[in-house]
Design a protein around this ligand. Structure first.
Ligand SMILES: NC(=O)c1ccc[n+]([C@@H]2O[C@H](COP(=O)([O-])OP(=O)(O)OC[C@H]3O[C@@H](n4cnc5c(N)ncnc54)[C@H](O)[C@@H]3O)[C@@H](O)[C@H]2O)c1
Length: 438
């Protein structure tokens, strides 16, 4: 275990951000960073840019900004590169995605036009609704991984980068469960050479990154680094990993509301969630196998938070249903409805209705920024393998196999902040507070 107050290497030089899947989320992230750097807009939603952290006793009044408390890379040191199956610049994709206004995009156009994704590793077998034109060709999956490694090395030397981080912002791949080929690094590498169908495109990018010791975050719900072979590779190459599936929109609301209901011992008889969305992500999720990957991720959160095994009378038999509907007119502006059937004192029923008109990529972009900065911090701190303290950002947080994932947003935030306090040698906050009354 890393020591309290351990030495953290300074973020010297440039940090390269590698993004497989330069679509709506990635371009909103990149355009946003460029806009913020130039003071055209503010980084709302980003803990690393705007969050503070309380240190010591409440009477000490020490609450620095997180970015002043831990040594994070600065936005002016970030350099972006990525892969996509479409051969269009980041600017063209941002315009097509329709998330940001043209006026803002015009102001960062030169920076976005400079980024043209490299050819992708892609097979329609894993994302059925997409067809690619800008693709790598190789004898087998191992050769494709070597080509990705080559892209990364070129990007690093051409831009004189000091460090790198990879974040998957690609489409959601079909549902897969870990199998034999995922069980060890040796079997996985053999599988790459034999073109094993259980090895998806996202795994090939992750393998390339981890082989070079580059940290990896998975923003989508598909299997990518959450199996033994990748954990082994991450440990061996000293790379931090985390995932999966950015916690935005409806699931974010769920993990805010459910801990509140449970803390007041309010029972739940049903939670029905439905969504309409019309962006490319929605189109991909309109296909049953990609949809299953997403639904699994969305369904898992309530049981862990409500602990029906400890509170059977309150939470044993609730109905939880999640629907995602592709509805093109809505574009990136998703709408989610939740009907929550609850019961209180003496069993009297009540209902909560939530109608969240959100903007998917606007909610996801600050998470991308925080994740790349924190993963880079983790690596400079010599924290390798699964980074459970970053659960705060994910719908299905990756954790050690003997643990259950923590879904409660407030516990996740406390875990994240206590990790930062620990790294800097500060006391952990317990919220006991009896000493103020002695
Ligand atoms: N926006 C959110 O709130 C949110 C939340 C959680 C998860 N996600 C996930 O983030 C991902 C990105 O979302 P988005 O809205 O930007 O979708 P998008 O469709 O706009 O972008 C995804 C991009 O990935 C590309 N792609 C697909 N497979 C690829 C491959 N093998 N190599 C390179 N590029 C590939 C596509 O061409 C597309 O440009 C999706 O998987 C989505 O489910 C988004």
């Amino acid at each position: 275990m890393i020591k309290k107050g351990t030495k953290i290497a300074k973020p010297k030089g440039k940090l390269g951000i590698l993004i497989p899947g330069v679509g709506a989320v990635a371009t909103t992230f990149i355009a946003g960073v460029e806009a913020i750097k130039n003071n055209y807009a503010r980084p709302f939603g980003s803990l690393t840019q705007m969050g503070t952290i309380r240190l010591g006793k409440r009477t000490e009044k020490r609450t620095p900004l997180i970015k002043d408390f831990v040594p994070l890379a600065s936005l002016s040191d970030l350099v972006f590169g990525g892969w996509d199956i479409n051969n269009e610049t980041c600017y063209e994709t941002a315009v097509r995605s329709g998330v940001l206004e043209q006026q803002l995009l015009n102001r960062v156009r030169p920076q976005l036009e400079r980024i043209r994704p490299w050819k992708a590793v892609f097979s329609q077998e894993y994302v059925k609704r997409l067809e690619g034109t800008h693709l790598k060709k190789g004898k087998n999956k191992y050769e494709l991984a070597l080509q990705v490694i080559e892209d990364i090395k070129n990007f690093k030397s051409e831009n004189n980068l000091d460090r790198l981080v990879m974040i998957w912002c690609g489409s959601t791949e079909v549902y897969l469960q870990p199998s034999e080929v995922h069980s060890s690094l040796k079997k996985f590498e053999k599988g790459l050479k034999k073109d094993d169908p259980q090895i998806t495109s996202s795994m090939i990018y992750a393998y390339a990154a981890l082989s070079l010791g580059i940290p990896y975050a998975n923003g989508a719900p598909n299997l990518s680094v959450d199996f033994p072979a990748m954990v082994e590779l991450a440990q061996r190459k000293h790379a931090p990993i985390c995932g999966k599936d950015f916690k935005t929109g409806q699931t974010l609301m769920k993990t805010i509301i459910a801990p509140g209901l449970k803390s007041r011992l309010i029972g739940l008889s049903g939670w029905f969630s439905t969504n309409i969305l019309g962006n490319r992500d929605g189109e991909v999720l309109d296909e049953p196998q990609s949809l299953k990957t997403k639904e699994e991720s969305k369904l898992s959160v309530l049981d862990q938070i409500l602990q029906p095994q400890l509170y059977p009378e309150l939470y044993k038999d609730y109905h939880h249903q999640v629907r995602i509907n592709y509805y093109p007119p809505r574009g990136d502006n998703k709408e989610g409805w939740d009907n929550i059937d609850i019961f209180g004192w003496l069993g009297y029923p009540m209902q909560i209705k939530v109608n969240f008109l959100c903007r998917d990529s606007i909610l996801a972009a600050p998470l991308c920024l925080d994740l790349v900065l924190f993963l880079d911090l983790a690596q400079r701190t010599r924290m390798y393998g699964i980074q459970e303290w970053l659960s705060f950002y994910f719908k299905s947080p990756q954790c050690a196999p003997q643990l259950y994932p923590e879904h409660d947003l407030f516990i996740q935030l406390m875990k994240l902040k206590n990790t930062l306090r620990y790294l800097r040698g500060e006391d952990l906050i317990t919220h006991l507070g009896l000493e103020y009354y002695d």
